[in-house]
Structure formats: C-alpha cells, structure tokens
Design a protein around this ligand. Sequence first.
Ligand SMILES: Nc1nc(=O)c2c([nH]1)NC[C@@H]1CN(c3ccc(C(=O)N[C@@H](CCC(=O)O)C(=O)O)cc3)C=[N+]21
Length: 293
Amino acid sequence: MTAEIIDGKAIAATIREEIRQEVAAMQAAHGRVPGLATVLVGARKDSETYVRMKKKACAEVGIASFGHELPADISQDELLAVVEGLNADPAVHGILVQLPLPDHIDDEAVLAAISLEKDVDGFHPLNIGRLSMKRRDPLFVPCTPKGCIELLDRSGIEISGRNAVVLGRSNIVGLPVAMLLLHRNATLTVCHSRTADLPAMVRQADILIAAVGRAEMVKGDWIKPGAAVIDVGVNAIDDANDPRGYRLVGDVAFDEAREVAGAITPVPGGVGPMTIAMLLRNTTDAAVRAFGG
Ligand SMILES: Nc1nc(=O)c2c([nH]1)NC[C@@H]1CN(c3ccc(C(=O)N[C@@H](CCC(=O)O)C(=O)O)cc3)C=[N+]21
C-alpha cells in the first residue's frame, strides 16, 4: 500500500482563505480587524524565521500584526512590562511570545502574565489546566496540537475508539495533543525516552503523532499497516545539495513509512503550515470575542 499524503500546505491554505473571508466580513461590520502582537526576544535565526512567517500570514488574511523585537539581555521585569502593555492595548487581540526565551527569563512567569483572553498560543497555565480537565474548555488550544487534530478531521480520519500513540511529552506538543485525542475518545498511549520497546508500542497505533524532535527515528516497520501518521518533527539535517546547506526532515522516515501507512503528513508541508493557520484561527476567535460575537 502507498499512503495518501495529507497535504498540510493545501489544507492550511483552505483555512487561511476561510479566515480571510471572516476578517473581511468583520472589517465590513465593525470597521475593525483582529490584531496579533508578536514578541521576539533576542536574535535566534529560527525564531526570527518563524515570527516573519507568522507576520506574513497575518498580512495575507487581513489580520494586523504588531512586531516587538527586544534585546536578548532584556530583564524579566522589562519583558513583563511589554506584555502588560499589550494586555491593555485594545488593538491587540492575541499575544504571541516566541519560545524559547533566553535562559535568564522565567518563561512560565511570562506566559502566565498574558491575559487569558489574548493567550492565542494556549500556553497560559490556566488554559493548559483547563485543557487537562474534562468539559472545561480552555479559551485557546495550542496551535500545533490543534493543527494535528484539524488535519485528521479534514482528512476524514476517525479518532473515536481508535488507538492513538503520541511520541513525546513536551508542554507545547506531546502533552496537549494527548489531551485532545483523549477528549475525542481515542485510546491513548504516550511514549517517551524511557518507554520499553518503542517499536512495539508504535505498532499498536491506528493514529501516530510523532513529536520527539529526532530526525527520521520512526522506521517503516514500526508503522501499523493503514495507520494515519502525523509527523510534527522539524529537524534540520546537513545537505550539501540544498542552497541553504540543510534540509528539513520529520521524526518519521517518510519514504519507508509511506509504503505502510494509510495516510501520512510530509515535512515540510504537513503540520508546520497548520500551526500558523491555527494561530490565525485563534487570533480571529479572540477578536470575535472582544467585539462581542
Ligand atoms: N510561542 C511559540 N509559538 C509557536 O507556535 C512556536 C514557538 N513559540 N516556537 C517555535 C515553534 C515552531 N513553530 C513552527 C511554525 C511553523 C512551521 C512551518 O511552517 N514549517 C514549514 C517549513 C518552514 C521552512 O522551510 O523553514 C513546514 O513545515 O512546511 C514550523 C514550526 C512554531 N513554534
């Protein structure tokens, strides 16, 4: 069997078009548009690239974006003051503090300072807490996990009653995507670096979410025939043939896995574009709430 390729780039484009129309209608009805503030501390190349992509995506759908580029040696108090200013700014409906933050900053304190109504990343401890409870909907669900579920839903892949295996337990992907799958009535297994016989666990998966950040770790013979494979990994590996000197690969050995899986996301062009589409979704939802529906 050769897997259906889940085209995250195309699905994300469809979602961006839906949002573009909503924003245009909002503009017509209220004369106002959603606004996203991005906060970038320091000059990590990857973070700069991600923030630039997010601002460009905002512009394409008519969301206003407000970029705050701050020095790497900013103090915790100064950064908290920036967040407080954005909390109070009525043109800003969503606040995204790009992670990782420099080591001297307590990132949990910064995320906890973001107004709940503007927490479009869904990383505020209260939103995470609500995500981890039954029937306590958080105001916002983190973008990458939400994008994974959206890919399954828009590809017609049933979640309820099926075996879902999540590889990885990070705060930003593994844990929240596990909660979402459980809420959707999957039978859930979370695997990590201490899991005994990882290939055997992964072979149980009707739905596999790979989010460990290790290039091509999941081999083709780990995949249950017909499984849906969502590859969250974004790993740069050296490639002299690429003008950038590297190329991106996922956590799954794609060429092997596609011979076994029923459906699989590519890297790039799978989960990545969905993360950004979900950020636009959350920002638009925040604005709808702020404008009173
Ligand atoms: N507060 C915060 N929120 C985040 O959502 C957040 C963050 N910090 N820190 C870093 C991670 C990573 N992340 C990605 C977004 C888009 C792609 C993406 O679109 N990737 C393209 C490839 C891009 C390329 O070619 O370089 C793709 O997979 O097709 C990937 C990764 C968001 N993150």
